[in-house]
Design a protein around this ligand. Structure first.
Ligand SMILES: Nc1ncnc2c1ncn2[C@@H]1O[C@H](COP(=O)(O)OP(=O)(O)OP(=O)(O)O)[C@@H](O)[C@H]1O
Length: 242
């Protein structure tokens, strides 16, 4: 479970994230939904302890990420915005390397790697060097690498960005499986369709601030909208060019 309490971050004059709080419970898929520049990536980076918030705190399974980052990170699997694979290594080597960094035993790494190859449909390219991989292949490897140690909390920054329909469906199916295992899943997205297809809870961020949160039905009811896109536009104060 992830609990974010009043985190903020500025870059010079730009307030990227302003007093953001959100909850991502176990057994649910929670979305951080916002337009370009709304503060999603900055929030996610603070949540997975890559950058330090100027105020507030993040608790992962009750562990404060800045008081005990090592313990908190061990409980998280992160797909960052920069997927960052080692291109001279094969997909399998990338995944195995992360397992070793997590201090896993070789036999366990092998077993878990096979499971992820199967679940994410990576059989056709698992032993190829990742240089030249398509976006979909890269994302699958990066997700498998992040989840090699089977963490309780799964954080993904725009996981289906740039993916085709088949890859998108494979990732959705995978996330739903993880949810049924009781995992806490938090992902950021600007794609309504994506959020609508998989999320139980939605937190909307705009201009660095949380403007609403709830299920899709609750957000639609609140705004009297027929769909999530209309609810979103209404909650962020109408159409605007950013
Ligand atoms: N390192 C940085 N230096 C300066 N400004 C930054 C930096 N990182 C983010 N910002 C600014 O903070 C704001 C929020 O950016 P952020 O990347 O968190 O948004 P986002 O919601 O992830 O957007 P997108 O969907 O376009 O990726 C933007 O105005 C951005 O220009």
């Amino acid at each position: 479970m992830i609990s974010v309490e009043n985190i903020s971050k500025s870059f010079g004059e730009v307030t990227a994230v302003d007093n953001v709080s959100l909850q991502a419970p176990d057994g649910k898929i929670t979305a951080l939904l916002g337009a370009n520049g709304a503060g999603k990536t900055t929030s996610m980076r603070m949540i997975y302890a890559l950058i330090k918030p100027e105020g507030g705190q993040v608790l992962v399974d009750g562990i404060n990420t800045h008081e005990d980052p090592v313990a908190a990170r061990a409980r998280m699997g992160v797909l960052p915005d920069a997927r960052g694979l080692y291109k001279r290594l094969t997909a399998r080597e990338n995944i195995v390397y992360f397992g070793r960094l997590q201090g896993m035993k070789e036999a366990k790494i092998k077993e878990r790697c096979e499971e992820l190859v199967d679940r994410l449909g990576m059989g056709a390219f698992i032993d190829r060097k990742t240089e030249g991989f398509s976006q979909g292949q890269r994302v699958k490897v990066a997700i498998a690498r992040a989840l090699i140690h089977d963490p309780q909390n799964i954080l993904l920054d725009e996981p289906t960005n740039g993916l085709d329909v088949m890859s998108t469906r494979a990732i959705r199916r995978f996330l739903k499986e993880q949810r049924s295992l009781g995992k806490c899943i938090l992902f950021s997205s600007h794609v309504m369709q994506e959020v609508s297809a998989v999320c139980d809870e939605i937190t909307i961020i705009d201009g660095g601030r949380i403007v609403a949160s709830g299920s899709e039905d609750q957000l639609r009811d609140k705004t009297g909208s027929e769909n999530l896109e209309d609810a979103f536009v209404s909650l962020v104060g109408g159409e605007k060019v950013v």
